[in-house]
Ligand binder design. Sequence first.
Ligand SMILES: NC(=O)c1ccc[n+]([C@@H]2O[C@H](COP(=O)([O-])OP(=O)(O)OC[C@H]3O[C@@H](n4cnc5c(N)ncnc54)[C@H](OP(=O)(O)O)[C@@H]3O)[C@@H](O)[C@H]2O)c1
Length: 339
Amino acid sequence: MKTRKLGSSDLNLSVIGLGAWAIGGSGWAYGWGDQSDKNSVEAIKRSLDLGVNWIDTAPVYGLGHSEEIVGKAIKGLRDKFYIATKCGLIWDAKGKLGYDLSAQSVKKEVENSLARLKISYIDLYQIHWPFPDDKIEEAWEEIMRLKDEGKIRYGGVSNFNVPQIQRILKIGPVVSLQPPYNMLNRAIEKDIINFCADSNIGIVAYSPMSCGLLTGKYDGAKISSLPEDDWRKKENGEFREPKLEVNLWLIEELKKVADKLDITVAQLSLAWVINREAVTAAITGTRNKKQIEETAPASGIILSVAIMDRIGKLLKIRDEKLGIIHEPRKSLPRKYKGE
Ligand SMILES: NC(=O)c1ccc[n+]([C@@H]2O[C@H](COP(=O)([O-])OP(=O)(O)OC[C@H]3O[C@@H](n4cnc5c(N)ncnc54)[C@H](OP(=O)(O)O)[C@@H]3O)[C@@H](O)[C@H]2O)c1
């Protein structure tokens, strides 16, 4: 498994990380239907054999459950995994979600995460969403204090735009940004990706397979048969019309590209993400060991310029079919250097 240094930190992350959102299970607003804890623990342990050395979770995933399961799986393996978790998304006694970036809340959240994960420090502590916007400086000051206290090793952010990162950079270093990035969501290409490359901020891309759609296993019937409590069924626009029909066309075309390379659509989707400068790693959501057995080997796939161009043309056709107009980019995202 290939590793890359995360921004200005000394964390050498495997380019495929394990995402623990779906592992949080059902019973909350953004659950993925039923999830077997046994499968989750097995997947995490198996990922280690495959060279995965970091896990991304969050308190809100399953309202604490994901962190507890990660804690269970890494028992006795603390030195083998970097652990990344987040703060800022909280819930009340009825499970209603809310945002809080006050110093007091962040301080409380980190203690709760350490207890659920059963560890004494967190390697990467990230602000989950920049909400409320006027509190990001207060949260960042607290995160820098937690770093000084040794409770976390590095601070990162998620879902921030460039001006928001610039504001908190005045307070302390930002080692990473966690944005969505996949073939269907290329918003960060406008300015974020090159800003991060120039500022030595590592990008850990979330939803690299567009929440499973870019594995090629879904069609209209399979989506209809997703359980009612899988948030993708009602809330993910890529899984619904008018986008779905065009996305399924694209996936058919990607399958032809993948077949020629003798890889799967999931692997092609991940290789496309990690082929960019500033993208340190792709966080692949994993529900069982079979899934990570397929996705981890994407680490070794390097896509040629010709293949990237072919995919670029397909994405352009998709955008045209959907009437999506991309704002002009300052410059093209650069290819990952150094391999
Ligand atoms: N910071 C944020 O706001 C934010 C937001 C989203 C995600 N994240 C992080 O990023 C991680 C990854 O994102 P994601 O979970 O949305 O998306 P993803 O990696 O694009 O998709 C993951 C899903 O695809 C399916 N899958 C995975 N491997 C597969 C395989 N080999 N074959 C077939 N299906 C496979 C699984 O769901 P099914 O089997 O049910 O289809 C899995 O849960 C999350 O776990 C979380 O840690 C962060």
